[in-house]
Design a protein around this ligand. Structure first.
Ligand SMILES: Nc1nc2c(ncn2[C@@H]2O[C@H](COP(=O)(O)OP(=O)(O)O)[C@@H](O)[C@H]2O)c(=O)[nH]1
Ligand SMILES: [Mg+2]
Length: 461
């Protein structure tokens, strides 16, 4: 990965395949010059104006930079490949913070590839994955959290994921972390003054006031961490296993939640023998729903393997839906997972038992299935209506935890007797806390971390 920003990069920014429009993005110091050589229209491009012109593949002899400034250059219809709309975004008011040109052509892979090749022939280089966003970060257009949010936003599979990513891109976490960091910076400055001028006999920071300030900071990190579990589930999605005895209607419920007849439903017990899974959107959550074989003692070797896989699915699930048939006597339960939601199925039939803790549904009529979706979101403590920004990214969570631990150490040191000595300890811990926060925003970031983050992007982003 290149951390240089002196060369000009190019890539197709729209997805592979055919579409009405395809966009080639060029960014770097030569972007404007290269674009001018590429289009038939002479003269410089106006900033942020959409210019309708043609793209030619062979370099023109007048180079567009020198020749007469007619509205159209020489007639080049033979080597023109497409009509395009070109827009110049001059530095620093562009996505990358550099001169950027976007060429919107017709969305044919052949045309887009030809434009990219022509751009390379004029001195640009093919961008690496995530390199446009990396440059936006390196040029100070966004911090690391926001750059990571760009990828999350592109990858979002549910509206809730998209909203969490956009919140982060919009700077909600940047502001939350920045607020903590600013208070820390102030404390550090005052402590340093105390340490640097010990002979004055003057303490810039009163130990009990310091402890109160640290309590406030610890509370703010706790608030961030409390919402993080919810955020992580939103970003990464989660697994829900549907389990229960044979024939209670697990596969029917799976199909009802997935909205397709994906799993085989029969009245023969032991029909489902392997795990069947489908990605579904439940209240905005990206859920991998897993249908399993009915849990029972059996001699059939295939079913034995199915039951063993069902147990593995239970162990790996974030939530287990324990399905029971309430038209038949209730069997004792044996699921080993702390997060279980009981579902009493076949509510359309006369009921034999009732349990207010179980969600009544009918997988065949669909009654109660919407209510079940809401109960799932509640059981996971992921209330889509709540309007608090949440940390979603494990990298951020780990670093906030590290900052919080350093703050707790600082607080302990602040309250021990010992004057200047303990001030130095407090200072060291506060500096640790601060460096953890700076790693989140990317103000202090090793290159291999950047490589790790940006290599997950696609080319053109
Ligand atoms: N009346 C009624 N029958 C159901 C319901 N859900 C499933 N069944 C029937 O119960 C039988 C077993 O269903 P299936 O989904 O294969 O159960 P599984 O073995 O737990 O996967 C089938 O004949 C289904 O049609 C329901 O809500 N109401
Ligand atoms: Mg089944």
């Amino acid at each position: 990965m290149s951390f240089s920003t002196t060369d000009t990069i190019v890539a197709v920014a729209t997805p592979p395949g055919r579409g009405g429009i395809g966009i080639v993005r060029v960014s770097g110091p030569d972007a404007h010059g290269i674009a001018r050589g590429l289009i038939t229209r002479a003269g410089p491009l106006h900033p942020r104006h959409a210019t309708f012109t043609k793209v030619r593949l062979k370099p023109s002899f007048d180079g567009a930079q020198g020749g007469p400034e007619s509205l159209e250059g020489p007639d080049t219809s033979e080597d023109s490949i497409d009509q395009v709309v070109v827009t110049l975004f001059p530095a620093p008011h562009s996505y990358t913070g550099e001169d950027t040109v976007e060429l919107s052509a017709h969305g044919s892979p052949v045309i887009l590839r030809a434009i990219v090749m022509a751009t390379i022939a004029r001195g640009a280089r093919l961008a690496e994955p995530g390199e446009f966003t990396l440059r936006a970060f390196l040029n100070g257009r966004m911090d690391l959290m926001q750059a990571e949010a760009v990828n999350d936003l592109i990858e979002a599979a549910t509206p809730l994921q998209a909203r969490a990513a956009f919140d982060q891109l919009d700077g909600t976490l940047t502001r939350a972390i920045g607020g903590i960091d600013a208070t820390l910076f102030d404390l550090i400055a005052r402590l340093e003054a105390s340490v640097d001028f010990p002979d004055e006999g003057y303490h810039f920071v009163d130990p009990s006031a310091l402890a109160i300030a640290l309590d406030g900071l610890i509370e703010r990190t706790s608030a961030l961490l409390n919402d993080a579990q919810r955020g992580r589930l939103i970003r990464e999605g989660l697994r829900i296993a549907i389990v229960g005895e044979p024939n209670v209607g697990k596969s029917s419920l799976f199909n009802a939640l997935a909205g397709t007849a994906r799993a085989i439903v029969t009245d023969v017990p032991g029909t489902t023998r392997d795990l069947v899974s489908e990605i579904v959107d439940i209240e905005g959550l990206r859920v991998t729903l897993v249908d399993t074989a009915g849990l029972r003692e059996t001699a059939d070797p295939v079913e034995i393997e199915g039951v063993s896989r069902a147990r593995q699915a239970i162990a790996a699930a974030d939530l287990v839906l324990q399905v029971e048939d309430r038209s038949r006597p209730r069997a004792p339960q044996s699921v080993n997972n702390s997060r279980v939601l009981y579902v009493s199925n076949k509510s359309d039939l006369p009921r034999v038992w009732d349990d207010p803790a179980a969600v009544p549904v009918s997988a065949t009529t669909g009654a109660g299935v919407d209510d079940l979706r809401r109960r799932i979101a509640c059981a996971l403590d992921v209330d889509p209506l709540r309007d608090r920004p949440a940390m979603t990214n494990v990298r951020h969570i780990v670093l906030v935890e590290r900052a919080q631990q350093a703050l707790a150490r600082a607080r302990a040191a602040a309250l021990t007797e010992g004057g200047a000595l303990s001030e130095e300890f407090v200072l060291a811990d506060l500096t640790d806390a601060r460096s953890a926060l700076e790693e989140i925003t990317g103000r202090r970031t090793p290159e291999d971390l950047l490589e790790h983050i940006f290599s997950r992007f696609c080319i053109g982003k």
